[in-house]
Design a protein around this ligand. Structure first.
Ligand SMILES: Cc1cc2nc3c(=O)[nH]c(=O)nc-3n(C[C@H](O)[C@H](O)[C@H](O)COP(=O)(O)OP(=O)(O)OC[C@H]3O[C@@H](n4cnc5c(N)ncnc54)[C@H](O)[C@@H]3O)c2cc1C
Length: 455
């Protein structure tokens, strides 16, 4: 920190030496604090502390409590709802980015601020894998604490199902190791309870598995086939083996299209057979069904959510959406008001089920274990767009969300946090809410870890 007056409220934090403190305008301030979702670009913290060790985290929490300074925990900043931005102090965990793999046991220790890409790169050296999403920059911490769904989840479960242990720095500055034996109730809560609720997780120990052989598919059809493709692809997935998972998408930008992208833990010739019903609907305008190396497939399926401003809402479906429901969504996409963001708007159905559903809903805090699809609805705009464009896009998304309520449950995925969700407590946590609130009361009675949708 430069030029900081001795009497400034931050000078004692600076003297603590618990990492690098940056104030607005200083080099590195924006990179350490800005939200991935530019919808929250106007929210700036008063200061950012980039910690470099678990000890830094403990000292920083003690300092914040002593000086009554509210803080927000930032893993890698990818919360859809700006969950890691705030106007007070931000603890930037990106310095806790290490990954250590023990190839003899498959146990992997990941720092609390590690990127998914760093974890994937280390795992690739040993041909091991953990169910991970398809983005490199998303934080492992945010992913695992909220659940974490991946293309292999129907066989290997969620990311949080691979969690063996986590080190947590609690509100009182003490550290606990929690696993099935020690602090088992906190361990339960950390698997699906969502980030920023119980403490700062300085490390996660996860169980990796040998990588499977896989093939991938990507098919795109003209918009005229949207309803038939989505209805047929859902039916196909209802009967599909767990080894097969897809994202069924309906998107609109300058053009509109429908797509099925997925991966199969088996050879491409078997995948092609599985796809026969949806290929029979109409000739795709693009089709790729190929055998792939596991890591090449991860790169191939790399998912890029809008890098500008966006909003996402989610619901769960226990059955395939009816033709009526799909036609409703497709008609809504036709009415998208538009924006200057090339990412446009749309819906995506992510296959759930298999190993995710074989775990009882109360076994971890993650409750959505009776579902077939996660329905994600999104829209995007840019900072160049007028406030009216933003308002029209949000109104469009809320209307679509409401319309889909007739066909889906009101449950929502905490890792797709939704600031506009009135019933977020029951939507995210269902029957696990009461137990989560009890764990919160015991581990953070003063609600030191607090954000707009904190338990
Ligand atoms: C491009 C993209 C792709 C995605 N793909 C997938 C996917 O395939 N599957 C999936 O399930 N989800 C996916 N997501 C959603 C993702 O799981 C969440 O956005 C996740 O919470 C982001 O974590 P983060 O650390 O980057 O974000 P942050 O905004 O830093 O953190 C999110 C929340 O977790 C808290 N937190 C983070 N780290 C810690 C920690 N160490 N200790 C305590 N609290 C912490 C923060 O305080 C905040 O409340 C994707 C998101 C994006 C943007």
């Amino acid at each position: 920190m430069t030029g900081e007056p001795a009497g400034s409220p931050w000078s004692s934090l600076q003297r603590l030496g618990a990492g690098t403190l940056r104030l607005p305008g200083e080099p590195g301030f924006a990179a350490a604090s800005e939200a991935f979702n530019k919808r929250y670009a106007g929210i700036h913290p008063s200061a950012v502390l980039s910690v470099a060790s678990p000890g830094d985290v403990g000292r920083a929490i003690e300092w914040a409590r002593e000086h009554d300074v509210p803080f927000t925990v930032r893993g890698r900043g990818h919360s859809y709802a700006g969950g890691s931005v705030g106007t007070d102090l931000v603890f930037d965990l990106s310095g806790l980015g290490g990954v250590q793999v023990d190839p003899s046991t498959g146990r992997v220790v990941v720092g609390g601020g590690a990127r998914m890409g760093s974890l994937a790169d280390e795992l690739a050296k040993y041909d091991l894998m953990i169910p991970l999403g398809n983005s490199d920059d998303v934080g492992v911490g945010g992913l695992v604490l909220g659940g974490g769904v991946a293309g292999v989840s129907r066989v290997y479960g969620l990311t949080c199902d691979a969690l063996l242990e986590t080190e947590v720095m609690l509100a009182d500055g003490s550290t606990v190791t929690c696993n099935e034996v020690e602090h088992a109730d906190l361990f339960w809560a950390c698997r699906g309870g969502g980030g920023g609720n119980f403490g700062v997780h300085t490390s996660f120990t996860l169980q990796a598995q040998p990588v499977p052989a896989i093939s991938t598919c990507l098919m795109v059809w003209p918009w005229a086939h949207a309803v038939d493709v989505i209805v047929t692809a859902q039916e196909l997935m209802r009967r599909a083996p767990d080894e097969f998972a897809v994202r069924i998408g309906a998107s609109r930008s300058t053009d509109s299209w429908v797509s099925v992208a997925g991966q199969y833990l088996g050879p491409a010739h078997e995948l092609r057979e599985l796809l026969i019903p949806v290929l029979a609907v109409a000739e795709p305008s693009r089709i790729e069904i190929i055998d792939q190396d596991f890591w090449a497939a991860r790169r191939y399926r790399r998912h890029a959510t809008s890098a500008d401003a966006f909003a996402v809402r989610s619901r769960f479906a226990r059955q395939p959406l009816s033709t009526d429901a799909v036609a409703t969504a497709v008609a809504a996409i036709d009415r998208w008001p538009g924006s200057s963001c090339p990412d446009g708007a749309g819906i995506a159905l992510f296959t759930w089920g298999g190993a995710v559903n074989r775990m009882p809903a109360g076994a971890t805090a993650f409750p959505h274990r009776d579902t077939l699809f996660l329905l994600s609805m999104d829209t995007s705009w840019t900072s160049e767009d007028s406030p009216d464009v933003r308002t029209a896009n949000l109104a469009w998304l809320h209307a679509l969300y409401d319309q889909m309520g007739s066909f889906t449950s009101n449950a929502a995925y905490v890792n797709f946090p939704d600031p506009d969700l009135a019933n977020w407590r029951t939507a995210y946590y269902g029957a696990n809410l009461a137990r989560l609130a009890d764990v919160k009361r015991r581990y953070d009675p003063d609600r030191v870890f607090c954000h707009a949708q904190a338990i």
